[in-house]
Ligand binder design. Structure first.
Ligand SMILES: CC(C)(COP(=O)(O)OP(=O)(O)OC[C@H]1O[C@@H](n2cnc3c(N)ncnc32)[C@H](O)[C@@H]1OP(=O)(O)O)[C@@H](O)C(=O)NCCC(=O)NCCSC(=O)CC(=O)O
Length: 459
């Protein structure tokens, strides 16, 4: 790995907006994620015969110029998280001259292996992944890395602070950058409405002091009375085991989903219509079942499964789909490993995940919002002590990550690196547009081997 450059890209200097200060308060949705580890994503682009001179003279200048133009729309991403002494909570602060940290590098790793579906060591992706810098008094909102693979292609990496932006905003930012890069017209860097971020915080109502409650939960979790510790913007240390994990991707086709749906319905021919058997529910229940079975072992083991919900369309009034920020909450449940190990394990999972989605639909996303953070922090402690098998979800088949075409074709692969730290699987839409789902996994090698045989046996 050769690092060519570590720089900062500032918003286009021609923009009057970029020459004024901007500050955005964190909402209760943002504060939920204040110290939780960031999300890392890589987009692999194949460009056969890509030479260093072409990378330096064509690809890199276009990517940098379009990034600068895109930041004009996404100004908070050029700024940092700060906690001014006169503010009750942290803010996102942009000051003219601020910019996004960008690393430019070259890798001699195997592009085909890392952008394929096969098995490889999780740590192999780490050199391609930018690092989010956080300290007591400042935290980057994002960091980017562009890595050349000579003669094969390049990779765009993003790490995103979840208290600043969620998966929907992160992927909207990448799609906007790609859109402006592909247009290739520095004189006109406008974005279509669906990619234009809404920065207005007033579209989102706090149900009543949840922001301060979440801050108190964070303070309590730190066990320190020192003001510096309480106001520190450092994120929590990573408790994952990436060093001992391998990664792979599996695909679930429409045909597979049909079979899974039929399997559930065959168990409950009369009441099956009451189940919410969406693509998401079937995929997550099936993958979770295979993961628990891959570990095997004691049926008494606790398993926690849960996932994020995009709250934008579910708030009253609804928040626009292009709202910039974090707008997720979590839902989930506990089970015993035996529930999944049992012959009816997949049916059990499908019922449970269906119930969780139905509860969200029936009770709304703000039900129990006050205690969500403390529940998640407690689960994190149990995960770190290895007493719990945690299976969560990053990404969504609804994000359209494969639409991110910078002008040299759509990505050959998009991966979420950070699933190797938090017991998550990642979901994305099928690259070929066939409405299947791509599932990213990070497991111990013997569990991955078991997973592959279990997964294939079904279809
Ligand atoms: C809660 C959910 C997971 C439940 O998903 P479900 O698919 O079961 O339920 P649903 O109500 O959304 O959709 C039910 C069916 O209606 C379809 N459907 C929904 N909305 C639609 C629309 N506007 N137009 C057309 N179809 C639509 C769905 O595709 C699905 O069909 P079909 O069955 O055909 O599919 C989801 O709604 C959701 O909020 N997803 C986003 C989660 C998220 O943001 N995750 C990322 C967190 S941040 C993160 O993890 C970090 C990062 O990514 O960077």
């Amino acid at each position: 790995m050769k690092v060519f450059e570590s720089t900062r890209v500032t918003p286009s200097p021609n923009s009057p907006i970029a020459s004024a200060d901007l500050s955005l308060p964190l909402t209760f949705f943002d504060l939920f994620w204040l110290k939780l580890p960031p999300v890392e994503r890589l987009f692999f682009y194949r460009l056969n015969d890509l030479s260093l001179p072409r990378f330096n003279s064509e690809i890199l200048p276009k990517l940098k110029q379009s990034l600068s133009l895109t930041l004009f729309h996404f100004l908070p991403l050029a700024g940092n998280l700060k906690w001014p002494s006169n503010s009750p909570k942290p803010i996102i602060s942009y000051t003219p001259g601020d910019g996004v940290p960008l690393t430019v590098a070259q890798s001699d790793a195997d592009f085909d292996l890392l952008s394929g579906n096969g098995v490889y060591e999780a740590v192999e992706l780490h050199p391609l992944t930018p690092v989010l810098i956080t300290s007591d008094d400042s935290a980057s909102t994002i960091a980017l890395q562009i890595t050349l693979f000579p003669n094969t292609g390049f990779c765009v990496g993003i790490v995103a602070h979840h208290a600043v932006l969620d998966g929907k905003t992160t992927t909207m930012f990448i799609k906007s950058w790609a859109y402006i890069c592909k247009q290739g017209n520095p004189e006109n860097s406008s974005l279509p409405p669906e990619l234009t971020p809404v920065l207005d915080r007033s579209v989102l109502r706090d149900p009543g002091g949840v922001d301060m409650l979440y801050l108190k939960t964070w303070f309590d979790s730190m066990g320190s009375d020192s003001d510096t510790d309480k106001k520190s913007l450092k994120i929590l240390p990573n408790k994952g085991e990436a060093e001992s994990l391998v990664r792979a991707t599996v695909e679930i086709t429409r045909e597979d989903l049909k079979k899974l749906r039929e399997r559930v319905l065959s168990k409950v021919p009369d009441t099956g219509k009451d189940l919410h058997l969406s693509t998401f529910v079937l995929t997550y229940a099936y993958i979770a079942t295979c993961i628990v079975r891959s570990r095997g072992g004691n049926g008494d083991r606790d398993v926690a499964f849960g996932f994020a919900i995009d709250c934008r369309p579910r708030l009253d009034p609804p928040v626009p789909g292009n709202y910039f920020g974090s707008c997720n909450t979590m839902t989930g449940e506990f089970a015993k490993a035996r529930d999944f190990l049992d012959e009816n394990g997949f049916f059990f999972g499908a019922q449970k995940v269906s119930d969780l989605v139905k509860q969200v639909k029936e009770k709304g996303v703000l039900e129990g919002i006050e205690t969500k953070l403390s529940l998640v922090l407690n689960i994190g402690v149990e995960f770190a002590t290895k007493s719990l098998q945690l299976i969560t979800v990053a990404g969504s088949p609804g994000f359209g990550v494969y639409c991110s075409d910078f002008g040299w074709g759509k990505p050959v692969k998009v991966v979420v690196v950070s699933i190797d730290k938090n017991g998550a699987v990642s979901l994305a839409e099928s690259r070929d547009g066939s409405r299947g789902v791509e599932v990213g996994l990070a497991l111990k090698i013997h569990e991955m081997e078991k997973f592959s045989s279990l997964f294939l046996a079904e279809f």
